[in-house]
Design a protein around this ligand. Structure first.
Ligand code: PLP
Length: 342
């Protein structure tokens, strides 16, 4: 039985599916995997996740290929990253095998929600871990709940792969220099909402954050990493306050495969004058090309795309990554986990 959803008109939002998969950490150990058809959780009002922000999450996707096979992109990387996030805010790391098993199980159980090949849509996978112990004292929880939910999402670019404008706003930092920016923590998003909403009201797709210590170097582009093409090289910020994006890592590898040198280093704001292409990258969009960057504090406009079109290297990398995810091109790096029989 397939779902009755209109695959070509899906957005990026919550859609109920048949099942989610859960596992509790209690009494010093992870329990059995539970399959649930409930969309809600029953939790204590004093749980640490609600009061002190012990909450981490992940985002990855599954795709159905032309060959009918379902592929989950870089599952091992997300398994590893959520463990890093857990260590970062003193939560219990989910064992890698448990993470993978639960993600695969959730995809299998909701197979009828995996969009067909050619629709441009995919199955978004959202793992989530929260501190559940009821306590008001400030210390880490001793009980955790790990949940995997999935939902079909549409192609990120409804109007096609078009460059958008982003802005620099020095009034807000989303994270601190040695803070939680390295980890996928819900609180980082809370800290970015005010600036993000202001940017949207002004017509920008995102805020390009500067490093919170000196406000001299480029950091991240809201909930996505930033990359640029300069003189035929792929450059991306090295920073202690950004999340290591799996998409960015993949684009870097594909760039190297194409003979494009990659530089992970500090990128000074002034360097924006000299770049040929720019983009924001993450699981949701793969790569979202940038047209112009407006510095709201100085009034300076950096025109990245002169003709309003995505740059050639950005386009090539985007197409290549999508092709690997869909199985249209050979997965030479072994990035896909193929789920059989669904
Ligand atoms: C999730 C996220 C990204 C993108 O990471 P991907 O693994 O490529 O999806 C980038 N920056 C932040 C802050 C994020 O939370």
């Amino acid at each position: 039985m397939t779902s009755q959803l209109d695959w070509s008109n899906l957005g990026f939002g919550y859609i109920p599916t048949d099942y989610n998969v859960r596992c509790w950490y209690r009494n010093g150990q992870w329990g059995e995997i539970e399959v649930s058809s409930s969309e809600t959780i029953n939790m204590h009002m004093a749980a640490t996740s609600l009061h002190y922000g012990q909450e981490i999450f992940e985002g990855l996707k599954a795709f159905r290929g032309k060959d009918g096979k379902v592929r989950i992109f870089r599952l091992d990387q997300n398994a590893e990253r959520i463990r890093e996030s857990a260590r970062g805010i003193k939560m219990e790391p989910v064992p890698e095998e448990l993470f993978k098993q639960m993600v695969v199980k959730c995809v299998e159980l909701n197979a009828r929600f995996i969009p067909p090949y050619g629709s441009g849509a995919s199955l978004y996978i959202r793992p989530l871990e929260i501190g559940m112990t009821a306590q008001i004292g400030v210390h880490p929880s001793s009980e955790y709940l790990f949940i995997v939910m999935v939902m079909p999402v549409g192609p990120y670019f409804k109007e096609g792969f078009r460059p958008t404008n982003i802005c620099i706003m020095r009034e807000f930092d989303r994270v601190a220099p040695k803070g939680t920016g390295r980890w996928k923590v819900g609180g980082n998003y809370a800290a970015s909402l005010e600036a993000g909403e202001r940017a949207h009201e002004l017509g920008y797709s995102a805020v390009l954050y500067l490093d919170p210590r000196e406000k001299k170097y480029l950091d991240e582009c809201g909930p996505a990493n930033f990359f640029a093409i300069r003189d035929g090289k792929y450059i991306t910020p090295a920073s202690e306050s950004i999340l290591p994006s799996v998409t960015n890592n993949s684009l870097q590898q594909l760039a190297r495969d194409m003979g494009i040198p990659v530089e992970c280093r500090h990128i000074e704001l002034d360097e924006l004058e000299h770049i040929d292409e720019a983009g924001a990258c993450g699981t949701a969009a793969v790569a979202s090309p940038v047209a112009q960057i407006h510095d709201l504090d100085t009034g300076k406009h950096y025109i990245i795309s002169k003709d309003g079109e995505p740059g050639p290297i950005t386009t090539k990398l985007y197409n290549k990554l999508r092709a690997v995810q869909l199985g249209d091109e050979e997965d030479v790096h072994g990035w896909n986990t193929i789920v059989e029989g669904i």
